[in-house]
Design a protein around this ligand. Structure first.
Ligand code: 4NP
Length: 166
């Protein structure tokens, strides 16, 4: 994938697809756009669970993102086996997501496409993005800060890997 003119397909995955992965999708899209690289990427998100299929992101996540000038437009969808072929990089928010996604790939055909998102975090105090769903507003801000710096580092890594600017 992603030689001259090809696209890099990135999917962010969490549990509900209404907090962490929609934020990562929105922040990464904004950074890709700012870098003038929108045409080189397909960027989506999904949840391992099905509770919020069709739903907009959680209001608290929408408001936190909007406070940073990022508008989240995704609708909830569930991770599907076909996503293994549809995306080159499947970035999961925590180890439970990692387990659930890899469980669907029993033959381990696609396991090298699946990584913890925070493997790219330059300040990884932990390799998981904490789930803010049951907590207070400060949890959403904390998730924003983690996602913003990790997403920036992810973009730099992909730009270098695929030679996107050169
Ligand atoms: P997310 O957060 O995985 O970051 O979207 C959650 C949202 C909803 C639920 C759990 C986590 N839930 O149980 O409904």
């Amino acid at each position: 994938m992603a030689g001259e003119g090809a696209t890099v397909r990135v999917q962010f995955v969490c549990l509900g697809n209404i907090c962490r992965s929609p934020l990562a999708e929105g922040v990464f899209k904004a950074q890709v756009e700012a870098a003038g690289l929108s045409e080189r990427f397909v960027i989506e998100s999904a949840g391992t669970g099905s509770w919020h299929v069709g739903a907009p992101p959680d209001k608290r996540m929408l408001q936190t993102a909007m406070g940073h000038g990022v508008y989240l437009t995704s609708r909830g969808r569930q991770f599907d086996y076909r996503d293994f072929e549809a995306f080159d990089h499947i970035l999961v928010m925590d180890r439970s997501n990692l387990h659930d996604v890899l469980f669907l790939d029993r033959k381990e055909r696609f396991s090298d496409r699946v990584k913890l998102f925070r493997e790219f975090d330059p300040q990884p105090d932990d390799y998981q993005v904490p789930d803010p769903y049951y907590g207070g507003a400060d949890g959403f801000e904390q998730v924003y800060r983690i996602v913003e710096r990790t997403s920036e580092a992810l973009l730099a890594a992909l730009v270098a890997h695929y030679g996107l600017l050169g």
